[in-house]
Design a protein around this ligand. Sequence first.
Ligand code: PRX
Length: 661
Amino acid sequence: MSGEDATDGNLEARLREQAYFRPPSKFVGQANATDPAIYDEVGDFPEGFDRYAELLDWDEQWDETFDGSNPPFFEWFVGGQLNASYNCVDRHLDERKNQTALLWEGEDGEQRNITYQDLYREVNEFASALRSVGVEEDDVVTVHLPMVPALPITMLACARIGAPHSVVFAGFSASALAERVDSADSDYVVTIDGYYRRGEFLDHIEKTDEAMAELDDEPEVLVWNRHDEPRADVADSYTSVDDLLADHRRDRVEPVSRDAEDPLFLMYTSGTTGKPKGCQHRTGGYLAYTAATSKYVLDIEPEDTYWCAADIGWITGHSYIVYGPLALGTTSVMYEGTPDHPHKGRIWEIAEKYDVDIFHTSPTAVRMFMKWGPEYPDEYDFDFRHMTTVGEPIQPEAWLWYYKHIGDEDAVIVDTWWQTETGGHLITNLPAIEDMKPGSAGKACPGIEPAIVDDEGDPVESKSGQAGNLIIQRPWPSMLQTVYGNDERFIDTYWRQFSDVDSDDWRDWNYKAGDGAVQSSDGYYRILGRLDDVMNVAGHRLGTMELESAVAEVEDVAEAAVAARQHDEKGEVPDVYVVLRDGVEVSDDARERIVSAVEEEIGKFARPSSVVFVTDLPKTRSGKIMRRLLEDISNDETLGDTTTLRDPSVPEQIREQVQSD
Ligand code: PRX
């Protein structure tokens, strides 16, 4: 069936009748991957991935594509050497030094066109500045920057001198920043005085000030300015990047040849237990895989204007704003602000202004656009040929709305499933080869071997439509190398449950994604969401344990449990159930202290949607809190099995209380 001629009222009906949408022929005619043979070629394990690595410039050719001799510490493009900054910047100069690399739009309409030549100059100067303050190869540099050009420039400057960066999303609080600096033993923090959010100049440096107070060993702090003059109060002990750069004008820094296996960056992410984990990504395999998926999945050409409206502070921005697109030499758009400021047409205004060809966003954003209504996109003249969604399952209604009102029924959509840990897309369609199916991420990417297993690790029959745990059976080049400084945790979190951990044959090792999935008879995977205690709030990954420990630190709180409540726009939001200490009265003050504890420990984006004071939490006889039952209550669903509870009446009491509130 063709989506091209779908008309107004019948999309829903057609979805029910026949779920596929063919890519428009004008898309297929120009796509980067059109021959299904790519699946066999790349799937010829492991050498099939050589063709991805060949998209890059190497200082030293690799001797061996894959070394699986020490599972799960797999190595890729062994013996090869390269520099990521060279691949994203220098190598484009001959052909396109005057082409825009980064097209930055400030929230207030300010604009910067950074050509590849400009980027080359700025990255070199900042790399030289970093060296001058003592940053050496392999030093971890923590980067706490919002969506301003300084962020990709800093990342590429770090990559140039072989210093792994650890970018902390700007929305994270001072405590979250301090924890990540400490965990990565990072001696350097790069930040900025402030930035704009909804018309307001946010003082960002104050988070660094507070983080410093929490750290035993104060790192060296480098501060960019959002304007020519600092607008926030910057401590004298910090180094101004502007002052520093004045001493490094026109400096050039030879890109350091890194081993393919040398780390390029750390990205902290929430897990089920304990503190966030520093996912460590390698240089060669990561860059090869993100460049290739940018080319074949996102269909990026150097001539395109490509806009991924994510934040570089998360993995999506690392892989698909900075590294993948710039490795291909395209023009990547960055936007500082929010989609509704100063008006709800802001995104489409930017799309029109820059004539964006490829657009990338999340289901949360699509649901928000849907709520605002089609009149906003309708007002602007833009024409996407390709659109992406990432981060959460997208409901067919939202997919259809995106397809119709944003894509004008004339753009392909790829629903890309992947994770911080996977570095790049693992399940999604190659858009000119497979038809689209709303709500399904699609087939495995070339060379990737997913499977679905039950909790014991026994295979669920493939293409059976039965739900189970999603695993990946074969290593791939952009998989995380380890959890920074904690190999045991790496094994425990991702491998132990579904692998034979005593085996030294890589075939016995299966990567556990932590997601539930089904594979339907056509081979398409539908992702059901996390099976563990990880929530997805507006596309931001949050561990319930992290939230709970923030709440537990509040004076007067005896116990707390967090449940994910379904939310029309944000996907999920956290509900906090709290037992106060004996004798403490329920009060607005306690509620406020709990909410601000979460904001302070994690960040405002993690703010609980409700705080429910209860006298007891549902617990098993061994004392384990049954969050699932709280989730049933939060979502107004039938209560699951309560027979194993110490006091089976607790959930019903809580439900009555919630309903009467
Ligand atoms: O549950 C899956 C969901 O997001 C989780 C990974 O989150 P994070 O590491 O923050 O990376 C997000 C961006 C890649 C996954 O375990 N997820 C991601 N993409 C999809 C998705 N769920 C359904 N469909 C997707 N396309």
